[in-house]
Design a protein around this ligand. Structure first.
Ligand code: FES
Length: 111
């Protein structure tokens, strides 16, 4: 199976890069399994908790694609203060070969 490299920028500014991430894996699973700060995946990836909220850098928007309506509604519901146009839920980003080098910023936790 092919693998890609992804980088998370945590809220404390620290970058965590992981190579050997399997295509077909969710970005949330990568972050949670590697203890990226702020990626908790509380709902197990069912698009309902928002604890996998990330911002996708502009240059990666095309490869990653936009959130669908359900994902957008979840973000609006659980992260109204921190939602941005580049917001995505990591559990809904399934890695493809086109995402090799992907960089996302972990969104701050809602108060
Ligand atoms: S893990 Fe819960 S919304 Fe993504």
């Amino acid at each position: 199976m092919s693998t890609v490299t992804v980088t998370f920028v945590q809220q404390n500014g620290e970058e965590k890069t992981f190579s050997d991430c399997s295509v077909g894996e969710s970005l949330m699973n990568i972050g949670r399994d590697n203890e990226v700060e702020g990626i908790l995946g509380d709902c197990g990836g069912s698009c309902s908790c928002g604890t996998c909220h990330v911002y996708v850098a502009d240059e990666w928007q095309a490869a990653v694609g936009a959130a669908d309506e359900i994902e957008e509604m979840t973000i609006e519901g659980v992260a109204p203060e921190t939602m941005q146009p580049s917001s995505r839920l990591g559990c809904q980003i399934i890695l493809t070969e086109a995402m090799d080098g992907l960089k996302v910023t972990v969104a701050p936790a809602e108060e």
